[in-house]
Design a protein around this ligand. Structure first.
Ligand SMILES: NC(=O)c1ccc[n+]([C@@H]2O[C@H](COP(=O)([O-])OP(=O)(O)OC[C@H]3O[C@@H](n4cnc5c(N)ncnc54)[C@H](O)[C@@H]3O)[C@@H](O)[C@H]2O)c1
Length: 254
């Protein structure tokens, strides 16, 4: 039986890059999926609907850093699917950033990265968790990054934001435990997603050195993350909370 039959998941940033694979994998496990992205999720939603049925998916365009838009997405998800069981906080400013020395980042970019990568997950939780608390069940999965453990250079605002996601996960798990809600983070290593590959600066900086740093000396793809995602979203992980699962082929020693 599918592991997420009868469940409803929201995937922020679920239309493109790695998030696209998360949306597909959750639907394949029987979840109904709300694809919430600043990018257009319609083509992916059509693809998922074609495979899993019209009621398996919906999509909405929004900016995760905007509280009114977050509220609207949560309301629309409940109206359409009646409940929310899984929240995947995946949206982030990442692939579009060009690595540079710490001194060359401007304050506006710093603020935007923080707004999307840290205020975004906070706003999602602020508006999704009350609904989960009422039902005394839920799985919150915050996408962090191996970069926060390693202190990857030349991506300072991004790496700092992902360090915040790790701390956010730990603290939040303490507050939501009494409601039976699990809060974990999934920390991917460097992944060759389509959006990541489109930014040649990331590929040049990271691909070979990261591969050499791994116990498993190969490139990683979005598919490598899906087992961990489904584990954290499903009842297989019911006694796991406040943790960060690093999926990077053994680059970080956690
Ligand atoms: N690719 C990697 O190597 C890697 C490694 C570790 C962690 N991650 C994390 O995995 C997640 C996905 O990464 P990706 O490689 O697909 O990169 P990406 O930059 O392509 O993905 C970000 C997604 O978020 C969406 N998004 C951006 N700003 C938004 C906003 N304001 N509101 C709503 N949606 C917004 C984008 O449209 C996109 O779908 C991110 O959280 C990233 O930090 C990626």
């Amino acid at each position: 039986m599918a592991k997420l039959a009868g469940k409803v998941a929201i995937v922020t940033g679920g239309a493109k890059g790695i998030g696209r694979h998360y949306s597909q994998a959750l639907a394949a496990e029987g979840a109904r999926v709300m694809i919430a992205d600043i990018a257009d999720g319609k083509p992916l939603a059509e693809q998922i609907a074609g495979k899993h049925g019209a009621n398996s998916v919906a999509h909405v365009q929004f900016d995760v850093s905007n509280e009114d838009q977050v509220k609207a997405v949560v309301a629309e998800t409940i109206e359409r699917f009646e409940q929310i069981d899984v929240l995947v906080n995946n949206a982030a400013v990442y692939a579009t950033l060009t690595p540079r020395k710490f001194i060359d980042w401007d304050a506006e970019t710093w603020d935007r990265v923080m707004a999307v990568n840290t205020r975004g997950p906070f706003l999602m939780v602020k508006h999704v968790a009350p609904h989960m608390m009422q039902r005394r069940t839920g799985k919150i999965i915050n996408i962090a990054s191996g970069a926060a453990y390693k202190g990857v250079p030349r991506m300072l605002p991004y790496v700092t934001s992902k360090g915040a996601v790790l701390a956010f996960t730990r603290a939040l798990s303490r507050e939501l435990g009494e409601y039976g809600i699990a809060v974990n983070s999934l920390s991917p290593g460097y992944i060759l997603s389509d959006t990541g590959l489109a930014n040649t600066a990331h590929v040049e900086d990271e691909r070979i050195p990261v591969r050499n740093s791994r116990a498993f000396k190969r490139d990683a793809y979005p598919e490598d993350l899906l087992g961990a995602l489904i584990f954290l979203a499903s009842s297989d992980s019911d006694f796991v909370t406040g943790q960060s699962l690093v999926v990077d082929g053994g680059s970080v020693n956690n």
